[in-house]
Design a protein around this ligand. Sequence first.
Ligand code: NDP
Length: 325
Amino acid sequence: MKAIRIDKSETGQTADLVDVPESELPPGEVLVRVEYSTLNYKDGLAITGKGPVVRRFPMVPGIDFAGVVEASEDERYAVGERVVLNGWGVGETHWGGLAQKARVSGDWLIPLPKAFSSRQAMAIGTAGYTAMLCVMALEKHGVSPGDGEILVTGASGGVGSVAIALLAKRGYKVVALSGRSQSPDYFTRLGASSVVDRAEFTEPGKPLQKERWAGAIDVVGGRVLANICAQVRYGGVVAACGLAGGADLPATVMPFILRGVTLRGVDSVMCPRPERLEAWSRLADELDPAALDSLTHEIGLEEAIATAGLLLDSKIQGRVVVRVP
Ligand code: NDP
């Protein structure tokens, strides 16, 4: 089978498209013929070696895949059924989706919702499913469309783009925060009502600032997240899932103890199955396929290594799907 393989030697980490014997696939109950995979920020870190994502070598990257069951020792999955996988350490500690085949635990798979093709499922990918987990987190903490504006950071990236589309569809007034605020059309097409420049949020700010946001979805972290917490309105909620701008959080407790602000972490990798099923079911019901198509860019498996570098350099807008031959 063709696969991207990451190896490590004394001189560093390499990623190549190679032929790998299928017999080298790791153990698992279900063998899947991958139709589409995708590139998330984490895949970019894994392939380029810019972040410590891969924890076992050699590794096939790809934290997501969608495809057809080819063999199954798990009675929940029949041969020929379409399935989707997000996370569970796949592409980090267990061979992942940037290959023609993947063998995984049946517990990690979910049946592909009928509303989606494999390509559409990967246009959503971990990024889109995490965006839905963030929307669910805001709503579980009481945020609703009448409460005021919701800020979405990293707005031209995968999580941010899908989050804007989902929130706008549910009737929220969405403000996109982006380092690429000079091209607002992309954000307004997704449903954002306005765009703010990331530069306004990168300087140290006061612990409590003017109350602006009923809620926020943040993929950036660092000073941007600290300033957002200081601007969230009384009782508002921030769903934090990313570190594209840094893993630190130079904030004070003031927004939490004086305005009752909630900072809610969101993890997609080990997210329990019932919540995953809820997220995918809601994506099937609520995500506008036209919005999905407008933010998706398709590449072949042979282009994935080069595109991973572009993704980390913020040269990609929206989502990348990887067609697996
Ligand atoms: P993308 O690369 O698609 O998007 C990231 C976006 O963040 C960019 O498009 C850019 O948006 C913005 N950005 C990039 N670099 C910086 C920077 N230095 N400072 C501030 N903003 C920056 O990534 P994803 O959407 O796939 O993932 C976003 C983040 O969320 C990542 O940190 C990822 O690891 C994390 N994540 C976490 C998950 C979880 O389970 N907790 C699941 C999925 C993702 P713009 O140009 O518009 O500002």
